[in-house]
Design a binder for this molecule. Structure first.
Ligand SMILES: [Zn+2]
Length: 292
């Protein structure tokens, strides 16, 4: 169902016009706009990052490994899903990978920054894209799987986002999420990435359960690369000449080597190993089929 953000009325319709109050989002350059771009001074993310992101994601080991992990988790835990909604889809790199891995899925994506959606629109013809605030999601019991990958850490009110994601998920449907892990890994990179926090396992568990979800699986990843990551983050803190994208500017050989380590790590996760520590957390949860 769609949910009107003006009057909270929920309705089934192909159109976005609210049957009760006639409110509707604007349709602009192939996207529905429920929210404006945030003011430049406000936190969250910097819009000029999207062009750099789009440049790195296609070939960088970290983005490629995360995509494969997401594709596996989706197919393994939600094999019957027919619809998938990614909150904070950025440039659409994850959705593009999901479309290739699960061609039958109905896909939708949202992003608060219009600059990210320009890339997503070009990458994802035919996919429903929304310019939307994750704290106000215009859906109710609509999607089999709702997802957010490295998004929650950018938002002060992460608990409100999780509650909205819960509402948008069909009863019996699922949640798929990744977030950066470990407060001790906090560095200049987090500050420049406009992160509000890095999560502990306990904090993520508590917030996801408070929103109403039941956790199916939680594992760290980027675990086998944790030692070099700690070294790199400590160096970025002590460096006078900070460059946000420095970790991505590596040789092709090193990129291939790190990629193959993460392939081995993913094989272990697929076999049931849940790592206790790592650069990120993967969480898979379900919305109970019936209200309790
Ligand atoms: Zn309305």
């Amino acid at each position: 169902m769609k949910r009107c953000l003006a009057c909270e009325h929920c309705f089934e319709s192909e159109e976005w016009d609210c049957p009760r109050c006639r409110n509707r989002p604007t349709l602009c350059a192939g996207l529905f706009r429920f929210a404006e771009d945030p003011p430049i001074a406000e936190g969250g993310f910097k819009r000029e990052y999207f062009a750099q992101l789009a440049n790195f994601e296609e070939r960088n080991f970290w983005f490629r490994a995360r995509n494969r992990l997401i594709q596996w988790a989706l197919g393994n835990y939600f094999p019957d899903a027919a619809s998938f909604f990614e909150v904070g889809c950025g440039t659409g790199f994850v959705l593009k990978g999901v479309r290739e891995a699960s061609p039958g899925l109905r896909l939708a994506g949202s992003e608060i920054f219009g600059d990210g959606l320009v890339f997503a629109r070009a990458r994802l013809p035919g996919v429903d894209l929304y310019q939307m605030d994750a704290r106000q999601i215009p859906f109710e019991c609509e999607f089999d799987v709702v997802a957010a990958f490295d998004v929650l850490e950018h938002i002060v009110e992460d608990d409100a986002v999780l509650r909205q994601m819960f509402k948008a998920t069909k009863p019996g449907g699922g949640l798929l999420m990744t977030v950066p892990q470990h407060r001790f890994l906090w560095s200049a990179i987090d500050e420049h990435s406009m992160h509000e926090r890095r999560y502990s396992r306990a904090e993520l568990r508590r917030k996801v359960e408070q929103a109403g979800f039941r956790i199916q699986r939680m594992t760290s990843f980027i675990s086998l690369l944790l030692p070099p990551m700690i070294y790199s983050r400590m160096r970025s803190n002590s460096s006078r000449d900070f460059k946000l994208w420095k970790e991505f500017e590596i040789s092709r050989l090193l990129n291939a080597l790190l990629g193959s380590i993460l392939t081995a790590e993913r094989a272990m996760i697929e076999r049931g190993v849940s790592f206790p520590a790592g650069g990120s957390l993967l969480l898979i949860a379900k919305r109970p089929a019936t209200a309790q």
